[in-house]
Design a protein around this ligand. Structure first.
Ligand code: HEC
Ligand code: HEC
Length: 214
């Protein structure tokens, strides 16, 4: 298994270096900053193009650190094996440097200026209401997902597909790493329509000013 993962990573590195005009055999990974390989999927500006890969730019340090440790220790495994294939390529001692890099990048700009059709607008407004006020049995999301909460990540301007997938993964217990228990309880109370409304709202909403504290 370990060898298979390593060879996959070799393939990924090969892609990076082919793009740079060098031969895969010439790779000297020692010379690479530990966050460079991450750019293949998450983009070097931390704003991934594909919704399958979460946007990392400007995310809270505490949250990024925890997820990286959980992936490395095999505690979070809802990534289709892609993070699992990469975790051998960085050491626990690299994590601070990696986290400082991505957390320090400018946060994504939401797509809030896009004009919405009536149906989309209704979805957006319902998601906003739920995020800000909650409803009977569901706490307001922003009581935790705000700039000062120490462990809850920013969700604004994240890919809608990614948010949707995480809520479904929490609900099914597929994302069951440390600190995820509260989200499993919450996600199990959300209907499919609500998941959709929240994802549609979040992708188009803006983050409050980033707090440097986390
Ligand atoms: C081959 C593609 C790929 C590479 C390379 C990659 N990742 Fe990921 N990453 C993923 C996928 C896929 C997910 C999880 C998607 C999911 O949970 O559905 C993910 C999730 C994450 C998350 C969780 C984000 C969140 O909001 O919970 C962090 C943090 C992360 N990656 C950091 C990194 C870092 C740091 C590197 C480089 C050391 C890296 N990734 C390299 C594909 C990749
Ligand atoms: C009591 C606090 C709390 C509330 C309320 C809460 N969350 Fe969370 N949420 C968290 C924490 C903590 C995490 C990080 C879990 C981890 O470290 O794995 C999280 C993670 C998430 C993630 C994963 C983000 C990523 O980048 O992978 C999503 C999506 C999410 N929450 C959506 C919501 C939505 C939508 C609501 C409202 C319906 C909500 N949360 C309410 C605490 C909360």
């Amino acid at each position: 298994m370990a060898r298979k993962l390593k060879s996959y990573t070799g393939f990924v590195l090969g892609l990076i270096f082919t793009a740079a005009g060098a031969h895969a055999g010439m790779i000297d990974k020692e010379g690479m900053a530990p966050w460079e390989i991450c750019g293949l999927c998450h983009s070097l500006d931390g704003i991934s193009k594909m919704s399958k890969f979460p946007i990392l730019a400007g995310q809270k340090k505490s949250y990024l650190r925890r997820q990286l440790i959980d992936f490395k220790q095999g505690l979070r495994s809802n990534d289709g094996g892609q993070m699992a294939a990469i975790v051998d390529e960085f050491e626990i001692s690299d994590i601070d440097q990696i986290v400082n890099y991505f957390a320090g990048l400018p946060s994504p700009v939401s797509q809030q200026d896009l004009r919405l059709g009536a149906k989309q607008e209704e979805k957006f407004q319902k998601g906003k209401l739920l995020f800000e006020n909650g409803r009977l049995g569901v706490a307001a999301c922003n009581s935790c997902h705000n700039p000062v909460h120490p462990t809850a990540p920013y969700l604004q301007a994240q890919h809608a597909d990614y948010i949707r997938k995480q809520l479904r993964d929490f609900r099914r217990g597929d994302r069951a790493n440390r600190r995820s228990a509260i989200m499993t309880v919450i996600a199990q109370k959300l209907s499919e329509d609500e998941v959709d409304q929240l994802a549609a709202y979040l992708q188009r909403s803006a983050r409050a000013e980033v707090s440097a504290a986390h």
